[in-house]
Design a protein around this ligand. Sequence first.
Ligand code: SAM
Ligand code: SF4
Length: 352
Amino acid sequence: MTSTTGTVPRTRGTRPDTPLLIDTFGRTARDLRVSLTEKCSLRCTYCMPEEGLSPIPDDRRMTTDEVVRLVALGHRELGVHEVRFTGGEPLMRQDLERIIAGTRAACPDLPIAMTSNGVGLEHRIGGLVEAGLDRINISLDTVNRAEFAELTRRDRLPSVIRGVRAAVAAGLDPVKVNAVPMRATLPGAPDLLEWALSEGVQLRFIEEMPLDADNTWSRVEMVTAAEVLDSLGTRFDLIPASRDDPSAPAELWEVAGHTRSGGAPATVGVIATVTRNFCAACDRTRLTAEGTVRSCLFSDAETDVLGVLRSGAPDEEVADVWRGAMWGKQAGHGIGGTAFHRPKRSMGAIGG
Ligand code: SAM
Ligand code: SF4
């Protein structure tokens, strides 16, 4: 049984007989993002509405075992080579340690990452690493407490900073810090980099996309990667750095005169999701918290693989439905084009 919500994916030609998650534009998806919940401890203005997202009924959210089974199936049957747990806020799930431990047991070689806002992380990081967490990205847009409270609608900066330090102390390396630059926080970008350098974490700025729940994003108002680099350039000398993986979205810059522990040059990343999109090299496949496959952040088409799994279908059948969903992946986000439509779901509901 396949149920598809939103626009039905375009299918062109016959899908070649391969186990991998390929699409009609020649891309192969190997990087799996799994949203675990719609709940969150913050309310970032570029992501969530003030009142939070509408709750998903508990019986529609993937259980611990269902998450593990779908990730394992993606790895074993579909060529997924990395999983990242996200949300909403993954720490809102009390079973996160069990999800990670189950994934690790089912897929001993699969790198397991998570993206978190860092609130309360200090109390969980030991258990998460013990369960098998390999990498973490923590989102933090400013180290100014008043600005943080304004942007996230919660006064939780001290907790996030303790979370970042706990992740470093737990031995995760590199700890990456993601920042979405906004007009109000742009002048503080050099302070944020200064702080990241002093904490030994790698800072990456990611352009704001039209995925806010309040529908206030504007191409004119959004802060571009070029503006971030100009702002950083007022305090730092940035030198273009070579990248291990040229298809990776982050453009990396070495920060002259700064090194990481171990002596390698410190770097800062800028991800120009809007002004220089990397859709042609996209290798992502996404599962929402309700177990639907989303082939692109910007497509409303979702295919209900959890429903197929719950109907008692064998793994091979679930895998084939997943392949079909990815075959219909659109070419790119099209932001700025005349045909661009904002997706119905905001970032926190899809999983960033
Ligand atoms: N709650 C976790 C967090 O904030 O890290 C995980 C989920 S959050 C949706 C994942 C990432 O999406 C975060 O780094 C966040 O900054 C980013 N994000 C949210 N809304 C965005 C938007 N409109 N444009 C670009 N990035 C966005
Ligand atoms: Fe929550 Fe993350 Fe969205 Fe902020 S970006 S509201 S922390 S889900």
